[in-house]
Design a protein around this ligand. Structure first.
Ligand code: UD1
Length: 354
């Protein structure tokens, strides 16, 4: 059986790595196509090194652009690769523009598509990722879900039962594989941030594209930083917005994007995490580190119901919330967040339709 994996942006890479490893263990033939949606070393090649993977066999070099331009470029460049590779499965991950673009090309060429992390919904159609999730799920033949609520969502949307397979959370596989190596980096200590601090990530257009909203969030973070170290590895789009709006950072320690292992070490050593990223909500929860999500929706409701995550759209509530939270010991682990999700993915790919 031959698999063709398509990834493009930073959040895809930790989802790919455990599936790629499980397929290799089974001796499957596989090719990784990187669309090049993310291209900086810190956002891309460094992740493959940290995750113990070789660099992708194919890179489509699509780069940045408007949503339409980026999606179209992936489609155009992916089509001939798919024709020549002729895999049994095209495996797509998560919810980025590359995910939906590859799925659309594949179904039209009558290739079977498996979606890893199917069924997640924020129910906020203003998020580009929500559109990508809905369309990718409609197109895919096999919907591999990370949570039981994702199964329920797909059923409610009318997906046939034979297409839905609960496998659990591949991001937790990646985390458990890497966390000891992450601790050995001692990254938090090396940057002088000490223990008991807060790590921040923000990149959603709804938080960073409006200078007034971004200014309010940073003002709240400056207050947090008066009480404990605040480390903020900033996505390139966030840094550009901060610079354009001349927002003062106070005692907040702004960093360039950090590697996968460095980020895990930062999260693991933190008192709390403040984020608008889906992946970081999962990573904080799986480590038992309290997460404060600066949004009014989440595609990961299990992180909230298990007590690890709170949605706080109003940034003026952040400082009090940071004071109130405590690490969860042992870390909560929703069903299927057990380090074995990728093995179940491979089983499903092998047995589908039998
Ligand atoms: C993308 C994903 C988002 C994911 C995020 C994680 C979509 C719709 N969005 O958003 O779901 O959470 O990645 O990082 O697919 N840039 C660089 N270097 C890079 C990549 C991007 O400097 O390697 C800059 C460029 O200025 C670019 C901007 O970041 O225009 C945005 O990149 P893009 O890939 O369009 O979307 P993200 O905001 O990264």
């Amino acid at each position: 059986m031959k698999l063709l994996h398509v990834v493009g942006a930073r959040p895809n890479f930790p989802k790919l790595a455990p599936v790629w490893r499980a397929a290799r263990h089974e001796g499957m033939d596989q090719v990784v196509v990187h669309t090049g949606q993310h291209y900086d070393d810190a956002m891309s090649a460094g992740f493959f090194r940290d995750l113990g993977m070789q660099q992708p066999e194919v890179n489509l070099d699509v780069g940045s652009g408007t949503h339409a331009a980026q999606t179209a470029r992936v489609m155009e460049r992916f089509e001939p690769v798919l024709v020549s590779e002729a895999p049994d499965w095209v495996v797509v991950y998560g919810d980025v523009n590359s995910t939906v673009a590859a799925a659309l090309v594949a179904v039209k060429l009558h290739r079977r598509v498996a979606h890893v992390e199917a069924g997640l919904r924020s129910h906020d159609r203003a998020m580009p990722e929500e559109i990508n999730r809905i369309v990718t799920d409609r197109l895919s033949d096999l919907l591999l879900t990370p949570t039981r609520s994702a199964d329920a969502t797909l059923r409610a949307e009318g997906e046939p039962e034979r297409e839905i397979a609960f496998v659990g959370n591949v991001m937790v596989d990646a985390l458990l594989f890497a966390v000891e190596r992450a601790r050995l980096t001692q990254f938090r200590r090396k940057i002088g941030a000490g223990a008991g601090g807060v790590v921040v990530t923000l990149h959603r257009p709804s938080n960073v594209d409006d200078p007034a909203r971004l200014g309010e969030i940073i003002a709240a973070l400056r207050l947090v930083a008066e009480e404990r170290p605040v480390v903020f590895p900033a996505h390139p789009r966030t840094r550009a917005r901060l610079e354009a709006a001349h927002i003062a950072m106070g005692a907040i320690q702004l960093l360039p994007p950090v590697s996968y292992l460095e980020m895990l070490d930062l999260v693991d050593g933190s008192h709390a995490v403040i984020t608008d990223s889906g992946g970081v909500q999962v990573e904080a929860t799986a480590l038992g580190v309290p997460c404060l999500t600066v949004r009014d929706t989440t595609e990961w409701p299990e992180t909230v119901s298990c007590g690890a995550n709170q949605l706080l759209y109003d940034p003026t509530r952040l400082a009090a919330a940071v004071r109130a939270v405590h690490r969860l010991v042992p870390p909560p682990r929703p069903e299927g967040w057990d380090g074995m999700a990728a093995v179940r993915v491979i089983d499903c790919l092998r047995t589908f339709g039998r």
